[in-house]
Design a protein around this ligand. Structure first.
Ligand code: ZN
Length: 222
């Protein structure tokens, strides 16, 4: 069986400029995830904003089955030409997993079709993530709910497409709720958005978070 070709894209800015984030993710979020998600059925590469064409050349995208996207501080630095290239590959069937603040990434907003705006508060709230669709492949092997002791709060209303299939809903100790995991089909490609993953918390080290991403990669492959 041929391997699923995964590209983890990260803008890779906070990890270089913020010492606390650098301590958490010395190899960048992309480098940490590449290690954490390594498996015999996956061929994982990484790409970052500063590389020529942001590391997302036509050749790389043509050889990517599933693209993970982490961006926050530099959404507007992503070249429109590269955005168009990614959109075209999704329509052709490439899967895409939008992580945390990628809700404002050009690629996500184009695919979502609306602003992607939400309420937020960077306060280290406890987050409880409830699985609302336990029958979906992305929630396989997850408990009824799981918790992250500290996260950035994202709250409703979250401007997402009306055809979104919601799989998970978060509760925050400030009282807010949020549709934290949902899927969309765009052309032949599948999209999954997953909320947790603020850069200054160790969220990607959480085993349930890693389970979600591992499941999502297998689900999103063409
Ligand atoms: Zn954040």
């Amino acid at each position: 069986m041929s391997k699923i070709r995964v590209t983890i894209w990260n803008e890779f800015i906070h990890e270089k400029h913020n010492p606390e984030v650098k301590k958490l993710y010395p190899d960048g979020i992309h480098g940490m995830l590449a290690k954490a998600l390594a498996a015999s059925d996956l061929e994982i590469r990484t790409a970052t904003l500063e590389e020529p064409e942001h590391g997302l050349t036509q050749e790389v995208l043509d050889n990517t089955d599933v693209l993970l996207w982490w961006g926050h501080a530099a959404h507007d630095k992503v070249a429109d030409e590269v955005v168009q290239r990614v959109l075209t590959r999704v329509w052709e069937g490439m899967g895409i997993i939008a992580l945390h603040s990628a809700h404002m990434a050009k690629v996500f907003r184009q695919l979502n079709g609306t602003s992607g705006k939400l309420h937020w508060r960077e306060s280290g709230d406890k987050e409880r993530i409830w699985v609302t669709n336990p029958a979906h492949p992305i929630t396989y092997n997850l408990p009824e709910y799981f918790e992250l002791p500290y996260e950035e709060m994202y709250g409703e209303p979250f401007m997402i497409a009306n055809d979104a299939q919601v799989l998970m809903i978060s509760w925050f100790e400030g009282g807010e709720v949020f549709r934290s995991g949902f899927t969309l089909q765009r052309g032949n490609g599948k999209l999954f958005y997953f909320r947790p993953g603020h850069e200054s918390f160790p969220t990607y080290y959480n085993k349930n978070v890693q389970t979600v991403l591992a499941n999502a990669i297998r689900w999103a492959k063409p």
